[in-house]
Design a protein around this ligand. Structure first.
Ligand SMILES: *[C@@H]1O[C@H](CO)[C@@H](O)[C@H](O)[C@H]1NC(C)=O
Ligand SMILES: *[C@@H]1O[C@H](CO)[C@@H](O)[C@H](O)[C@H]1NC(C)=O
Length: 296
């Protein structure tokens, strides 16, 4: 848990605001949320943050991976396809009007921040309305080096998808593993650009916005990002507060955040990266969450 640092900081600075650290139950069916495609933890320079044991190297954890990913436009194409699936889930759950469907609004915000073309977004919403029924599932897995994965799928044939996920895991040093989800906590996550924001300022922003914690991380192009974590029910409040404080919100949504991390050496990291790529290449997979920490 990364929250204690901020709790401590809050206790020091504002005796009235006691952050609640509830543990929302993990449901098998996820509402759509945001995804930071690659993220990691950073050992922060500031004194206060050093109290936090969970933090470690926060540059993009995949930056040292030997395994070379495919061409960039292919990766973008795949990302847009996944956004399309998230849109589909959101529309199914709450309709196609983003003014009435907050989850959809959050996803569209994220699509735009990743420069997904408007025509593609509109097409995804249109086709979501007509798509044949599909259901969401979450597979729990263990990967190379003992890392834990949650694999969210959207499928019209769960037995086929189950077989395929199992095959990909077996082929790449993983296996299905019940209980992995208990290592993840569902949190509200608001992501803003982290350029020119000191750790001290980030913590202040977190306190001012009512977030429980803030992590420094990077996007897939290694640009610094700040992720503000909060209670599921506080997501919109934190998002709105950060905007009021002048932050540009890149995404806001519910995510699975690891409670404890698996530090992987370089070989395991390579293997895990190949496994996660393979899972992401499966057309039924929406997102993969992991608890991997790169060994620094
Ligand atoms: C679902 O997939 C399984 C395994 O591939 C297949 O045997 C079955 O016929 C499929 N069911 C439907 C309704 O398509
Ligand atoms: C960050 O600071 C540098 C140097 O002060 C400046 O050149 C750059 O434009 C700033 N970037 C952002 C995103 O504010």
């Amino acid at each position: 848990m990364a929250a204690p640092v901020l709790l401590l900081l809050r206790a020091l600075r504002s005796p009235v605001s006691a952050a609640s650290s509830r543990f929302p139950s993990l449901e098998p069916v996820l509402p759509p949320s945001s995804c930071v495609l690659s993220s990691g933890w950073r050992t922060p320079p500031a004194r206060t943050l050093q109290l936090c044991p969970a933090l470690c190297a926060g540059h993009n954890k995949w930056s040292k991976v030997k395994h070379v990913k495919g061409p960039k436009d292919e990766a973008r194409g795949r990302m847009f396809m996944k956004f399309g699936m998230m849109i589909r889930i959101a529309v199914k759950e709450g309709g196609s009007n983003p003014e009435l469907n907050l989850n959809l609004a959050h996803i569209l915000e994220q699509c735009r921040s990743k420069n997904m073309p408007k025509a593609s977004i509109d097409a995804a919403i249109k086709s979501a309305e007509k798509a044949k029924p599909a259901s969401q599932h979450m597979f729990e897995a263990r990967g190379p080096g003992g890392c834990l994965l949650l694999v969210e799928v959207l499928t019209d044939n769960n037995s086929r998808t189950h077989q395929e996920i199992k095959r990909l895991l077996n082929k790449n040093g993983g296996m299905l593993s019940d209980g992995a989800r208990h290592n993840f906590q569902r949190r509200g996550v608001v992501v803003v650009p982290g350029q020119n924001i000191t750790t001290e300022r980030a913590l202040e922003l977190a306190i001012e916005a009512g977030a429980e914690d803030v992590q420094e991380t990077e996007d897939e192009e290694e640009k610094p990002l700040l992720q503000f974590l909060c209670d599921v029910g506080d997501l919109n409040k934190v998002r709105a507060s950060l905007k009021e404080l002048g932050m540009e919100v890149l995404s806001a949504g519910l995510e699975f955040v690891a409670r404890t991390h698996a530090p992987l050496d370089e070989d395991h990291l390579d293997a895990a990266s190949i496994l996660i790529e393979a899972l992401n290449d499966c057309p039924d997979v929406v997102r993969v969450w992991d608890n991997i920490q790169a060994h620094s």
